[in-house]
Design a protein around this ligand. Structure first.
Ligand code: 6GU
Length: 247
């Protein structure tokens, strides 16, 4: 997968892509992330990228020409047609989630525009962006951190990035449930013991316990997810009973 990021602050991206799993995915040529400085397409001697809003008001607005020209130049690299998805990152977009990460991971190219809160010329939304995404209901100074969040979540889904196939299939949210609690050695620390069932070696019993914990945890912490989850009537009843009567 190739991901192009268009930003006014390319320096913000050093760090998150130079460590851990995303770095390994880049080193293994599973993903190619290119960061472009929008200012390279800025207008005139001062490489202007923003301007005063028509109609007045505070703050600056990102200009249309540098963005269009940058995106056209980026699309032309690798000889791509105009069908490359262009995602504008803005607090006004649809709210990012695991399902969107999964969908984006199927693409072979993606262009991400990092918007800034003061605004971006509306014609970019209308005539260039194919999608608008937000990472949650709060305001960031710009789309850069959102781009890093989205790319991290997408890269995990690319084939060959995670160790075993189950790792992505079993994590919180993939199945619509939160993940069950995990433990490792020692079996007791300061008197706090690991649940006996996990030490039993009975794999059927362990699987049942984990499923129950997942359901229970989702019921208690995220009733919104519990509502939508694919659960049997017995599982729903178990959660309601156990939450009132914890064992
Ligand atoms: Cl994508 N951009 C900005 N500026 N703020 C945000 C956001 C994006 N998502 C949540 N808040």
């Amino acid at each position: 997968m190739r991901i192009d990021i268009l930003t006014l602050f390319p320096g913000m991206f050093t760090g998150p892509f130079d460590e851990s799993i995303v770095k390994r995915a880049i080193d293994n040529d599973i993903v190619n992330i290119k960061i472009h400085n929008l200012r390279d397409w800025g207008l005139g001697k001062h490489k202007m990228v923003d301007d005063y809003p028509f109609g007045g008001g505070s703050g600056m607005v990102m200009k249309i020409e540098p963005i269009f020209e940058a995106v056209e130049a980026i699309k032309a690299q690798q000889g791509s047609d105009s069908s490359v998805p262009v995602i504008l990152l803005t607090p006004q977009g649809r709210v990012f989630n695991q399902k969107i990460a999964f969908e984006l991971a199927k693409l072979d190219r993606l262009i991400i525009l990092c918007g800034h809160y003061e605004g971006i010329d509306e014609r970019v939304r209308e005539h260039l962006a194919t999608d608008e995404i937000s990472i949650g209901d709060y305001v960031l100074t710009g789309g850069e951190l959102a781009a890093m969040v989205i790319i991290d979540a997408v890269v995990r889904y690319l084939p060959g990035v995670l160790g075993s196939e189950e790792s992505a299939a079993e994590d919180s949210h993939t199945a619509g449930l939160l993940e069950y609690p995990q433990y490792t050695r020692p079996p007791a620390y300061r008197g706090w013991e690991v649940p006996q069932v996990l030490l039993s070696g009975n794999h059927a019993q362990i699987a049942r316990w984990r499923r129950e914990q997942s359901i229970l945890r989702t019921f208690i912490r995220r009733p919104d997810l519990f509502e939508k989850a694919n659960l049997s009537p017995a599982e729903r009843k178990m959660a309601a009973n156990r939450a009132v009567n914890p064992l």
